[in-house]
Each structure stands twice: as structure tokens, then as C-alpha cells.
Design a protein around this ligand. Structure first.
Ligand code: C2E
Ligand code: MG
Ligand code: MG
Length: 409
């Protein structure tokens, strides 16, 4: 059994290490009380505790011990008259006859991770599927490290259009990883892994640099939008690094828009507020991405100087079929106008969705109806052929839905 104390780090940070030590020794006493002769308990380090139950203990008995341990750790600890509430998460694994003790520890640890993921304060049993998912994930992590080192992750670009005139206004850079054997891996998957394993800073700066270099080739009227993940927004050097990249690539800050999601702001509101102000002083504009999902906090919009909100595609795709989404989008547009914010609708996938957005004067849009994200070379082709001019209100859209870019020439 692996036992992990749920709020131990916060206790150490808030009340000091002596208090942390007190909690550990008190926990040891409580655990010993719950165990029988033949059981064994040891602290492995930090707040991680291993419990080996006596040989022959069945699953039912193990679960009842886990419940008792959880209940005993959950009752408050009193330190210098401070009442501390600590919980525990527990992972359980059964030591089969042929299993090495170290494998049993590993299995219990996997189960513990699972218990924590499922909301702390619970226990979970080891299951082989969990383990294969964890192995798979470790392989992907290694591949990602290699890909970042080898520069295999590149920026693709999705065009953004003025909805009223169908004129091209710029592109959003989107990271793409062409894995050597698994094919294209979605940024929704690898960006969060990169954040977890501390690779997001080098990856983020490479994408920004490459995107600025590509965008320098475009007409100066076109803007470049780049996504910044939550952790990058917690970096105290964020603004100076952006400035550095802009200087090195000689890219005009006024052409750069940084997209952040609300989760980025919520991690450290004051730091985010400061960074957003300083970025705007550089001339960079800021967009709040995926608006409508997550917090959608109106106080964020009031307190932070955003230039634009991007309406999440879940409200936009099939909008012509959904009266609810139509009302939500119309409401967001009215609010944005009142707050002097521009708006981009994401995920426009059909001509009827586009027609609805034109009808409610949504300023900008992007989506597979116009184009899927394309490589830097394809953007050159797009600009040379003035593809945007093909999109007049009265012209049929050439790549409806499929959006495979025709090859250059
Ligand atoms: P996002 O910033 O909201 O990007 C828009 C996503 O919607 C992109 O997915 C784009 O390909 C997709 N999309 C655009 N039009 C349509 C449409 O008509 N229909 C549908 N179904 N989808 C459409 P992608 O490229 O898979 O990116 C997913 C998310 O991953 C992005 O959402 C962004 O949050 C994140 N991401 C992508 N590139 C980067 C990056 O360079 N850095 C960071 N930090 N995050 C990135
Ligand atoms: Mg985005
Ligand atoms: Mg988005």
C-alpha cells in the first residue's frame, strides 16, 4: 500500500518544517495504531509512506485497512493550537507469489497516481491497464524530448479572415509534431506533456521564433497569433524573452498577438496581469482564447487589458443549427462591443455558419471552411496567389469543408 498525504506541501509552506515534522510523526503513530502484528510501515521519503500488510491478507481486509488509515489521517491534527486538515490518497497492489517486492511497490505507486488523479482522499487498486498507459506515456515523453532536441516540432499556420469582407488578416501559429512512427500527434496531447516534463519553455520559444521568422515574409498588414500555455505565463522572464525573440527575428511587435487561456491567468493572477500590461507596452496585443469554456470570468475581462476574445469552436461549429449557440454568440459579441474588444470566431466549418456570423457582425473568423492549418511554404503560396480574393460573399468557397491546400503552382 502506498499512502500519500494530500496537503503536506501546503502545510510545510504555510506553517514551517517543524509543523511538517510534527504531522509526519503524528501520522506514523496513527498508522501504527491501525496495523496488526505482521504488518510493516515505513516512510520512503517526503510524505510517501509504504505499508506492507502481513502475508495472506486478502483484498477485502486490505481495503478495510485502507479505509481505516484514510479515516485516521483525515481527523484534524492540532499543532500549537492550529487545526490542520490533512487527507490521504492510497494505492493498493496485491503481491502475487512471483512478483518482486520492488514491482509490488511500483504497482502500488501507479495505483496511488490513479487515486490522486481521481480526486484526492480516495484509494485505488493497481490494474494492468493503468500500467500500460503509464508505460506508453513514458515512451511518448522520451520521444518528445528527442523531438524537441531535433527540432521536429514545427509551426503550421491557420488563416484568419475578416468575416465581413473575406479579406485575409493574418494567421494563427499551431504547433505540429510529425512523429517518426505514429504520424501526426495533436498539440492537445503533446503541449500538456511538454508542460508536465518541463519542456514547454524551450518548445514555446522555438515555436515563437520560427513563427516570427515565417511571418516576416508575409505582407506587413498581416498579423501573427501565437498560443502561450499556462506555465509559460507563470515565467517571470516572459516579457524579456518575448522582447528578445522579437529583436532577434526583427519582427514588429504590433504584428504579434499572444493567445492565452483563462487557466493561464488563474495560476498567478497578479503576475499574469503584470505580464499582460508589459506585453501591451511592447506593442503586442493579447487575445483570450477558447472563451466560453472554462472560467469565462467577466471580472477577468474587466481587470485585464485584452484586445480580443476568441469564441471557442464548440459554440461556433454548427451554429446555424443551434438556437442556444446563436444566443450565446450574439451575447458575447454584444458584451465585447461594449468592452471595446475585438472578436474572432473559431472553428467555422460551413457556409451556413459563416452566413450566421456575417449576419451578427462577428469581426474575424477562422475554421476549416476557409482552411486547415498549413505549412509556412503553403502560406507563401496563399499570399502569392492572393487566395483571399477568391473569398467574396457572392463566390462559392473553393475548399469547402475539405480544406486540403492545393499544392503550390
Ligand atoms: P486553439 O488555440 O484554440 O487552436 C484552434 C484549434 O482548432 C486548432 O487545433 C485548429 O486546428 C482547430 N481548428 C481550426 N478550425 C477548425 C474547424 O473548423 N473545425 C475543427 N474541428 N477544428 C478546427 P490544434 O492545432 O489541434 O490545436 C489544439 C490546441 O492546442 C490549440 O487550441 C492550442 O490550445 C494548443 N496549441 C496548438 N499549438 C500550440 C502552441 O504552439 N503552443 C501552445 N502553447 N499551445 C498550442
Ligand atoms: Mg489559439
Ligand atoms: Mg481556441
Amino acid at each position: 500500500m502506498m499512502v500519500d498525504l494530500d496537503r503536506f506541501k501546503a502545510i510545510n509552506d504555510l506553517h514551517g518544517h517543524a509543523c511538517g515534522d510534527f504531522v509526519l510523526s503524528e501520522t506514523a503513530k496513527r498508522l501504527q495504531k491501525e496495523l496488526a502484528a505482521g504488518d510493516f510501515v515505513a516512510r520512503l521519503g517526503g510524505d510517501e509512506i509504504a505499508v506492507a500488510l502481513a502475508p495472506g491478507t486478502g483484498a477485502e481486509k486490505a481495503e478495510s485497512v485502507a479505509r481505516r488509515i484514510a479515516a485516521s489521517v483525515a481527523s484534524p491534527f492540532i499543532y500549537n493550537e492550529i487545526k490542520l486538515s490533512i487527507g490521504s490518497s492510497i494505492g493498493l497492489a496485491c503481491l502475487e507469489k512471483d512478483l518482486e517486492p520492488s514491482s509490488a511497490l511500483h504497482c502500488a505507486d501507479q495505483a496511488l497516481h490513479f487515486a490522486k488523479k481521481n480526486g484526492r482522499g480516495t484509494f485505488a487498486w493497481y490494474d494492468e491497464q493503468l500500467d500500460s498507459a503509464a508505460k506508453e506515456r513514458r515512451i511518448l515523453e522520451q520521444d518528445l524530448r528527442q523531438a524537441v532536441r531535433d527540432g521536429d516540432i514545427d509551426a503550421h499556420f491557420q488563416p484568419v479572415f475578416d468575416i465581413a469582407t473575406n479579406q485575409l488578416c493574418g494567421f494563427e501559429a499551431l504547433a505540429r509534431w510529425e512523429h517518426k512512427t505514429r504520424g501526426m500527434i495533436s498539440p492537445d496531447i503533446f503541449i500538456s506533456i511538454a508542460e508536465d516534463i518541463g519542456l514547454i519553455a524551450p518548445l514555446g520559444w522555438t515555436i515563437l521564433t520560427n513563427a516570427c521568422l515565417a511571418a516576416r515574409e508575409w505582407d506587413a498588414s498581416l498579423k501573427l497569433a501565437v498560443n502561450f500555455p499556462p506555465n509559460q505565463f507563470r515565467d517571470a522572464h516572459l516579457v524579456s524573452t518575448v522582447k528578445d525573440v522579437l529583436n532577434k527575428t526583427r519582427f514588429d511587435p504590433r504584428r504579434l498577438e499572444i493567445e492565452v487561456t483563462e487557466s493561464a491567468i488563474m495560476l498567478d493572477f497578479e503576475l499574469a496581469k503584470k505580464s499582460i500590461r508589459e506585453l501591451r507596452q511592447l506593442g503586442v496585443t493579447l487575445a483570450l482564447d477558447d472563451f466560453g469554456t472554462g472560467f469565462s470570468s467577466l471580472s477577468n475581462l474587466r481587470q485585464l487589458p485584452f484586445d480580443r476574445i476568441k469564441i471557442d469552436q464548440s459554440f461556433v461549429s454548427d451554429i446555424s443549427e443551434s438556437p442556444e449557440n446563436q444566443k450565446i454568440v450574439a451575447g458575447i459579441l454584444a458584451m465585447a462591443q461594449g468592452l471595446n474588444l475585438s472578436v474572432t470566431a473559431e472553428g467555422i466549418a460551413s457556409t451556413s455558419d459563416l452566413a450566421f456570423l456575417q449576419g451578427v457582425d462577428c469581426p474575424l473568423g477562422q475554421g476549416f471552411l476557409f482552411s486547415k492549418p498549413m505549412t509556412a511554404e503553403e502560406t507563401d503560396w496563399l499570399l502569392e496567389t492572393k487566395w483571399s480574393e477568391l473569398y467574396r460573399r457572392d463566390t462559392a468557397l473553393p475548399t469547402q469543408g475539405t480544406a486540403e491546400m492545393p499544392k503550390a503552382g
